[in-house]
Design a protein around this ligand. Sequence first.
Ligand code: NAP
Length: 462
Amino acid sequence: MSVTRIAVIGSGPSGAYTAQLLTEESESPVEVDVFDKLPTPFGLVRYGVAPDHPRVKSITTSFAEVFEETPGVRFLGNVHIGTDLTIEELRARYDAVVFAHGAPLDRRLGIPGEDLGGVNAVREFVSWYQGHPDQAVDAFVLDGRRAVVIGVGNVALDAARMLVRTPEALRLTDIPEHVVESFAGSTIDEVVVIGRRGPAYAKFTNKEFIELLEVESTDVIIDPADLELDAEQQAVLAADPAARRLVATFQKAAERGSLGRDKTIRFLFDRTPAEFLGDADGAVTGIRLVQTSDPTVSETLEVDLALRSVGYLGKPLDGLPFDERTGTIPHLDSRVVDGDEVVEGVYVAGWVKRGPNGVVGTNRKCALETVTSLLADLGERDGASTAASADEVDDLLRSRGVQVVDWNAWRAIEDAEIATGAAVDRERIKLHVREDMLQVAADAPEPLGSPEPELAGASAHA
Ligand code: NAP
């Protein structure tokens, strides 16, 4: 029986679940090559999930089993789809291709002053503190007094919490030491989180808000006047128990008020950002907010750092249809469609399919839908697989000078991170700079039991 070969683009939660489910659900043999443009696997679990949420991050243990222990599943890191391999080349070499590369762009506010220095997408800030190789190690200098975070989703809360964490708490995470030192030297003592609608519409979860109240060094301030809800918000609470619980916790926070702690996170609701103000050097100095329910009322806050946390967006890829409005690839039951036409053999999973929402586990159900459609289509196919072999794919990448980071090379990067942490009594410290990762990958010892190099043929990467 010929082996079906499938390419998955992206090794984050949706890609990892897709690879796992393809091998579990298929009744005939399948091989899955999971590509990632980064030299590291796990996508947003490594670079998105907050570093002080180790329980959520520990899902990497089960994703690692997919890559390490499932026969036929390979990780091919540091491969850019679109440049190292085009989409046409992929489609010609695999029986099916699943795009699960997430939502790497950010929504903008579309207001004056958004390009001033010090106004950033929250993704840039998150990527920096998580040690993402596409962010410079010195991308953020935290030398102002007040930061504002625009948006009231879980990502906004993560960023606000990281801005007030103590160095001791940060050293329990895996973030790079230079990032810990930047936070330790931060002079920012107030973070203002801004919601454009009332508190009943806050998108973050009660659990994450309670966690914020428990950050030992920080006061959480909510103006009781912001909790006087209009009829519309009352109706939201009546219909939605989660909103009810969250607003009840807001009430407790408002009653608690200031405990005289070093830092403050202040929430403002019903405020629409109207413009950022800047100085002669092009650096942000303030933000003008307009009361959403009464636009004749406005106020200006002094600001040293502004993070817009108003949602992520997918990215168009050459050769694939894209819906600019939703920032997703259009699909029917996970089959990519161009107008009314199904693009044969091409599927989507995760945020690029359904938009940037849900928690890590949401991606399992989403990937199962994708795998179900894909396997049904393969079941109806005439004839055997026409896919290229794993060696042929490796040969092509090698001929183009691509340094593929395979699972063994990734393990070497992991070992280096654990060793770097152990040297300073931390569990692990992430490597931040791509060249450092690629050097460690290039020097990775061959895994025990692998063939002698001269006998290994075309299978060695990195
Ligand atoms: P989100 O939950 O969609 O929140 C986006 C926020 O931006 C909303 O408050 C939204 O307000 C606001 N917004 C949008 N456009 C705006 C504008 N023009 N002006 C002002 N505010 C605007 O997105 P997210 O925080 O990026 O999170 C993405 C997904 O990841 C979510 O599903 C989230 O739960 C998940 N996540 C979960 C965790 C966790 O479980 N710990 C952590 C991080 C992320 P409106 O409601 O008014 O549109």
